[in-house]
Design a protein. Structure first.
Ligand code: 8Y4
Length: 256
């Protein structure tokens, strides 16, 4: 899964033409590099980020979804807002990537009323404050219990199990110790019986471990993708598609 950010740019005409065009160009590059799925996000869910209004999020997303509608790979939209989910699905999105696991009012219904796939991710707290002082007794068991509950709630709402995937949410209300604990035991998430997605690419845990700034974290990102794949992750959310695929060819050579 290649990451496509639709961020506004300061030097454009006040419209969103240039930021859309750049996002589409980047998306096409990721496809050339071998991305089999794209995750398009217009609201930053990074630690400390401020929320974006529905209208603004859609102004950024819809032109990009439209331009990529025939790109040949499925499109995931990273959002936690039901109104944005509904409009994105109408515009042709194939998947919703919700870091809030459909906990917003109305979100379950929007997805249930459609045929899209959905990723249910664990997050403790909310993006703006989640890294302040996350606390767990046993991070792996707590995250597994949360995801089991969200799978059950989604199924009860009418979202069939074959449309679901889960994600432990690296960096979302977790310290380095919590993230390492989850990565070490990532294989235990397989017990939930739906495909596992993992996103470690360029995250701060890699920065803490290596001392590298965000733009220089490709090698540790690929290393963490290899570990995740070897522990059963089926979908890897990454910035560096080409390099990650090269590394995964070696993992694949060992067999399923
Ligand atoms: C540099 C670049 C440093 C990006 C940090 C980041 C996940 C996700 C994000 C994830 C799923 C991010 C939307 C955070 N992470 N969705 N989204 N899983 N499913 N931070 O791990 O990329 S955004």
């Amino acid at each position: 899964m290649g990451i496509v950010n639709v961020t506004p740019d300061s030097f454009s005409d006040g419209g969103h033409f240039f930021s859309s065009e750049r996002a589409v160009d980047h998306a096409m590059q990721l496809i050339e590099q071998g991305a089999e799925l794209l995750d398009i996000g217009a609201e930053s869910t990074r630690p400390g980020a401020q929320a974006v209004e529905v209208e603004e999020e859609l102004r950024r997303l819809l032109p990009v979804l439209d331009a990529l509608s025939d790109c040949g790979v499925p499109l995931s939209v990273d959002t936690l807002k039901p109104e944005v989910m509904r409009a994105a699905i109408e515009a042709g999105a194939d998947m919703i990537n919700d870091v809030n696991a459909l906990r917003a009012k109305g979100a379950l219904q929007v997805v249930a009323d459609s045929a899209v796939a959905v990723c249910l991710m664990h997050m403790q707290g909310e993006p703006r404050t989640m890294q302040h002082s996350p606390v767990y007794q046993d991070v792996v068991n707590e995250v597994i219990s949360f995801l089991a509950e969200r799978i059950s709630v989604a199924e009860q709402a009418g979202i069939q199990r074959n449309r679901l995937m889960i994600d432990p949410g690296f960096g979302f209300g977790k310290t380095l110790e919590h993230n390492l604990g989850m990565l070490k035991r990532l294989d235990s998430f397989a017990s939930l019986g739906v495909p596992l997605l993992a996103g470690l690419s360029r995250k701060s845990m890699l920065g803490i471990l290596t001392g590298l700034p965000v733009m220089e974290r490709m090698v540790p990102s690929v290393a963490s993708a290899v570990i995740a794949a070897m522990k059963g992750a089926k979908i890897l959310r990454v910035h560096d598609v080409k390099e990650t695929r090269q590394a995964l060819q070696i993992v694949g050579a060992l067999g399923e």
